[in-house]
Write a protein that binds this ligand. Structure first.
Ligand code: SF4
Length: 352
């Protein structure tokens, strides 16, 4: 998949051919003596870039490797191979000390704010902690910056003395966002930031993230399993399946002209606001195969309704089917190929 970005801003993050495999041991003796009997292919040759002010969504079912990708970008784990460039400098091989200047520019918001916030710390200390760790600011300055951050994320300054359990789920996520903003980052990895919230609160948090992006020229790597959630916030979307990006394009192209059968199936599950719109739900057969033994050929062939012989033996190459729209599927080798296997691409948004 090309690492290029069709987005107009300067490229901040460039991930090239990222691979993350985990060794697995079987049986008691295997675990005791560290004998490796296989590899979990969590992420396999993933490339993308993110520009300043851009939101790239990584979407796919649980276990597809999207969170592993996010953690590699944050350098919370070491990739098996591939490279990660931040503002033109390769960071994936930096030591913890050499990484420190970049840490403040790369921040994270996680799915479950309750478990990611220290329950024994007051809210003002949680939000002020990164400032204390990275800057030589005094207590009064930290307190005033924390108050400003509370205001920015829609919390009141009188809530600064409370503990995490005294906030609602949505407020706790606002607290997590305030902490992520404390060091004025350039990119925030948002790992399922709204999946644990009620639908009405989800919309408020998404709108907050969009407002903050506009105000602070932030970039987001927005990880989600639900295309309906990313539709509102993303500029481009990368669809992942079993460790690989199978489709990457701008949001409008993805929703109006999906090119990969897996994207087509995911989109068929997105509710439409018009109750009279006709939409056929595509139910994929079976479960996602094990990442320890990914299927040969196209990894999606065991569930793809259009799979044919070639899919079982040959891995599809990624192709740019229109400017900035990348897809990895044998059906995209030509329109005739798609038609001969019964794949009808949606022509406009009303059809999906
Ligand atoms: Fe389906 Fe074959 Fe395309 Fe894979 S390559 S998505 S199995 S049609």
């Amino acid at each position: 998949m090309s690492a290029g970005s069709a987005y107009a801003g300067d490229v901040l993050l460039e991930v090239k051919h990222l691979v993350k495999h985990y060794p697995v041991s079987q049986g008691v003796f295997g675990r005791l003596f560290g004998q490796v009997s296989g590899q979990i292919h969590a992420v396999d040759d993933v490339s993308f870039s993110i520009a300043a002010g851009e939101t790239l969504a990584l979407v796919g079912e649980s276990g597809c490797g999207k969170s592993t990708t996010g953690r590699a970008v944050l350098k919370l784990l070491q990739p098996t191979s591939g490279s990660i460039d931040w503002r033109g400098r390769r960071i994936d091989q930096l030591s913890a000390a050499a990484m420190r200047p970049y840490r403040r520019e790369l921040q994270a918001v996680f799915q479950d704010p309750y478990s990611s916030l220290n329950p024994r710390m007051r809210a003002e200390d949680i939000v002020g902690e990164p400032i204390r760790n990275f800057e030589s600011a005094g207590g009064a300055e930290i307190r005033s910056r924390v108050a400003a951050l509370f205001d920015k994320v829609g919390l009141r300054s009188d809530q600064m003395i409370k503990y995490p359990y005294e906030f609602s789920g949505g407020q706790r996520q606002r607290l997590g966002i305030a902490r992520a903003l404390a060091l004025r980052p350039r990119l925030i990895v948002c790992d399922e930031p709204v999946s644990a919230l009620d639908v009405s609160v989800q919309a408020q948090v998404i709108n907050l993230l969009i407002d903050l992006q506009n105000e602070m020229q932030l970039s987001y790597l927005f990880i989600a399993h639900d295309l309906a959630v990313v539709e509102h916030i993303s500029h481009r979307v990368a669809v992942m399946y079993l460790g690989k990006i199978v489709e990457l394009t701008d949001k409008l192209s993805l929703f109006a002209h999906p090119q990969h059968p897996y994207t087509e199936a995911l989109l068929s599950a997105v509710p439409v606001p018009n109750p009279r719109a006709q939409k056929k739900r595509i139910i994929l057969a079976g479960d996602v195969p094990s990442p320890i033994n990914p299927p040969p050929g196209c990894r999606f062939h065991t569930r793809c309704p259009y799979a044919f012989e070639r899919c079982r033996v040959e891995e599809p190459a990624t192709q740019e089917v229109r400017p900035g729209h990348f897809v990895a599927c044998h059906l995209r080798d030509g329109a005739a190929s798609a038609q001969s296997h019964g794949f009808k691409l949606a022509q406009d948004a009303s059809e999906v």
